[in-house]
Design a protein around this ligand. Structure first.
Ligand code: PHE
Length: 338
């Protein structure tokens, strides 16, 4: 019996391999469930009493030898490298190249995160809209000159159907279905019949915000937007300039103070230090009424911003077309922190 153990010990000591599969086969043949070691241990009972001690010692030597041999060969294998995970399970995983989010998604998610933390819900609407939701309900009746503010793609066969020019259409849909208090933001893609250049594109993305409740004032709007710009850009100074939108009254454009530290600052702020980031205002009572909300009881504010514009400011990107070219050298530079 002991002779057999000794024979195996010799075999183990002389075994060598640089092939991970072979090493694994060797390990299993000795240390596996149905392996030689277990067989030999099972045979222990049949060993005559006077030989038991020597047999046991020899068997333990064999067991240690197997385990040392496997460890040694595996470590040697690891040092020389391998080319398959299966061949060497102890090797660190391949540096698999993972994808990352599109910069517009990164920025969109950051904005969503900021607003959902203060109780805004997320709502969406269709990209193919009807005239009512995109224009008429928003206080832009047919032939209203302000319709020209947004050059529109119409569906040729039906002038009532168009590609939405802004996410304000989602406001209308949301108010038609929900009564105040309303707190929602609507991210989405919008379309305008405009020439493509470094600064404008016929397809872009907006996020709309809408808050309707009792006694909502312009101060609430300003405070919310200050909270938002602080959260997104770090502590920031904003100002509101009077503006015009048919669906809000009063209306304003929001500028953020960018500074004039570098030449680029001068260029992008046109020497003023300020950058426009969104439009906003108090929802016009006509819009509330069009959507079935009583303007005597409720008031609210709305705002809308272009995600591309915010992303261009945050990442200092000078050409909007880069977002749509899907050049991986561009896309790879953005890592989501959310
Ligand atoms: N819809 C406007 C635009 O696309 C932005 C806006 C939204 C302005 C809500 C005021 C209130 O330019």
């Amino acid at each position: 019996m002991i002779e057999e153990v000794k024979k195996h010990l010799k075999e183990v000591n002389s075994f060598s391999s640089k092939d991970a599969e072979e090493i694994e086969k060797f390990r299993i043949s000795y240390a596996g469930k149905k392996g030689i070691l277990n067989e030999l241990f099972a045979a222990f009972r049949a060993v005559p009493n006077e030989e038991k001690k020597a047999y046991g010692q020899e068997l333990n030597t064999l067991k240690t030898a197997v385990s040392n041999k496997v460890k040694f060969l595996q470590s040697e294998f690891k040092d020389t490298g391998g080319n398959s995970l299966i061949k060497d399970p102890s090797r660190t995983p391949f540096p698999l190249e993972t994808g990352n989010r599109h910069p517009l998604s990164v920025v969109k998610n950051r904005i969503i995160d900021i607003f959902t933390q203060i109780g805004f819900t997320i709502s969406e609407g269709p990209e193919i809209e009807d005239d009512w939701h995109n224009f008429t309900a928003l206080n832009l009746p047919e032939h209203h000159p302000a319709r020209d503010m947004q050059d529109t793609f119409f569906i040729q066969t039906d002038p009532d159907i168009l590609l939405r020019t802004h996410t304000s259409s989602v406001q209308v849909r949301y108010m038609e279905k929900n009564q105040p208090p309303i707190r929602t933001i609507s991210p989405g893609r919008v379309f305008r019949n405009e020439a493509i250049s470094a600064r404008s594109h016929c397809i872009f993305h907006q996020i709309e915000g809408l808050y309707i409740a009792k006694e909502v004032s312009f101060a609430d709007l300003k405070q919310t937007l200050q909270y938002f710009t602080n959260a997104l850009f770090g502590n920031s100074k904003i100002r509101m300039r009077p503006s015009y939108f048919p669906f809000t009254e009063p209306s304003a454009e929001v500028d953020i103070y960018w500074g004039l530290e570098t030449e680029t600052d001068y260029r992008i702020t046109k020497g003023t230090g300020w950058l426009e980031i969104m439009g906003c205002g108090m929802v016009d009572p006509n819009v509330l009424e069009n959507c079935g909300i009583d303007p005597e009881q409720y008031s609210g504010y709305a705002f809308g911003m272009c995600i591309e514009r915010i992303a261009m400011l945050l990442y200092q990107i000078s050409d909007i077309r880069l977002f749509f070219e899907n050049d991986v050298r561009f896309l790879k530079q953005f890592k989501a922190t959310l």
